[in-house]
Ligand binder design. Structure first.
Ligand code: SF4
Length: 486
């Protein structure tokens, strides 16, 4: 599973906004590693620098030094729509008359084809959601004219956003900018996160920042102020932020992606008022109560399974131990296609601590079970190292449905839990027992009473309707005969 993108924005006259954007993007690197970019305004014109690769590959000291400005937006991308190529890197810039704007998007629209058709665009002209939104905004800007503005004092771009946003369906956390302002928008379901931070004291702010996750604010020296609300448009200029909720009450229906808590977000990220790390520990604690097992050691699959494993050990009283060492320099296992190549990738990444494992009954905790590749390879390693028993505990419910809101989940045939019983999966993985955290316990662990979540990939219930054409655009039919995990 891969997150789609990270976005960042800053308005801070007198500060090095390009350096701040670089630092913010670096903190959000886990949300997208294919391309990175930033757009910087000096108050007169916008300069965009973007390229394929990691933030540290795209930018160096010389590039940053050549980007003086008073405000900026930035983007790290992993493609869930549109190819992984330069022209789809963000921010996307568009000039309209003598002015221009830039846009960065985290999420996935579900009505791209309809919007393109309604706008009279030829099939294939729009390569990505960000391209489409840019086109629509450019047309709205041209229609409105250069003197237009909105009630928030956001100039013509605010008017264009108010004209275009209501027609968008799906997930969109956006940062945008013109020469004078940065804008932040969250879709009315708030599927992807976005938060606001402040530089300097509350009584005398020195600037403002927007970020997909709060650690990006910490790292640039900004103070977390609040989450941008679902359906909210924020306009930030030298006078500070002003905002309004654009959608009517009945259409604002918060459904933050529950997998941000399980896996995507950094452990130090604040969501719904809590650090994610604490929620992951509580997931492990509740998992320990669901199906107790006699064992000698609890271990987490590095690194994302570790907080839940610590929680499991604390609640069960079974000692926590390290069973695997992770190679710190290895790339992501999912880069390599094919099941065998992925399994080999796991072996290159993880190696067992044999003296810790031999003769012990082990509880292995992982955050999620996708193809089962990692867990199957880990179980084989532990058995080879002499484990007396291996019990797998997963700190999220079975993943069985695709995501249409900006997360790359493998096709349904490749999801090990789709259409198979827990016993079948346990046999395939080679474990003595298998247990998933229930959805009720997952929500309890997050500890945000009254908060809304999207859990569509766990339940098949999609909070934003997904048109049939989109659902069937990829081959995601469960096949009882497809080999498990293939
Ligand atoms: S379908 Fe799953 S991954 Fe996608 S937004 Fe919903 S909870 Fe997140």
């Amino acid at each position: 599973m891969r997150e789609a993108c990270g976005v960042f924005g800053v308005v801070a006259p007198g500060k090095d906004v390009a350096q701040l954007t670089y630092d913010g993007l670096y903190a959000l690197q886990h949300r997208g590693q294919e391309s990175a970019g930033m757009a910087v305004s000096d108050g007169q014109s916008i300069t965009v620098v973007k390229d394929m690769g990691l933030v540290t590959t795209v930018f160096d000291e010389r590039t940053i030094a050549c980007l003086p400005g008073v405000l900026a937006i930035g983007h790290t991308r992993y493609s869930t729509t549109g190819a992984s190529e330069w022209r789809n890197a963000q921010p996307v810039f568009r000039g309209v008359g003598s002015a221009g704007f830039a846009l960065g998007h985290n999420g996935n629209l579900t009505n791209t084809a309809d919007l393109a058709e309604e706008a009279g665009m030829l099939p294939g002209v729009v390569a990505s959601d960000s391209d489409l939104m840019t086109e629509l905004l450019a047309v709205a800007l041209a229609d409105a004219g250069p003197g237009a503005t909105g009630p928030l004092g956001g100039g013509p771009l605010e008017g264009a956003l108010r004209a275009v946003l209501p027609s968008l369906r799906g997930a969109f956390s956006l940062v945008l900018m013109d020469e004078h302002r940065v804008f932040g928008v969250r879709d009315p379901h708030g599927l992807r996160p976005l938060c606001l931070g402040r530089f300097g004291p509350a009584e005398a702010p020195e600037g403002w920042a927007l970020a997909s996750e709060s650690p990006a604010l910490d790292i640039v020296g900004a103070t977390f102020v609040r989450d941008i609300a679902p359906g909210e448009l924020v306009v930030i200029d030298a006078d500070g932020p002003r905002s309004a909720v654009l959608w009517p009450d009945g259409e604002v229906d918060p459904h933050l992606c529950i997998f941000e808590f399980v896996y995507f977000a950094r452990p130090d990220t604040r969501l719904y008022g809590h650090e994610v790390h604490g929620a992951r520990r509580r997931m492990g604690e509740l998992l320990a109560t669901q199906r107790p097992v006699e064992a000698d050691m609890v271990m987490g699959v590095p690194e994302s399974g570790v907080p839940a494993a610590e929680g499991y050990a604390r609640r069960s009283g079974i000692p926590y131990g390290q069973g695997l060492v992770k190679n710190r320099y290895i790339g992501r296992t999912f880069i390599t296609p094919g099941q065998k190549a992925r399994a080999d990738g796991v072996r290159r990444k993880l190696n067992p601590l044999r003296e810790n494992i031999a003769g012990k009954r082990i509880v292995v905790v992982d955050d999620s079970l996708v193809r089962g590749t990692t867990q199957r390879a880990v179980v084989a390693m532990l058995r080879d190292a002499g484990a007396a028993a291996v019990h797998l505990r997963v700190s999220s419910p079975p993943l069985m449905w695709p995501c249409f809101y900006g997360i790359d989940i493998p096709d349904q045939q490749q999801l090990v839990a789709a259409g198979r019983s827990t016993d079948e999966i346990a046999a395939y993985l080679g474990v003595d027992s298998l247990e998933y955290l229930t959805l009720e316990h997952l929500v309890e662990a997050i500890d945000a009473p009254g908060a809304g979540f999207c859990s569509a990939c766990l339940t098949g219930t999609y909070p934003v309707p997904v048109p049939v054409a989109v659902r069937t655009s990829t081959d995601r039919t469960v096949s009882a005969t497809s080999p498990v995990g293939a």
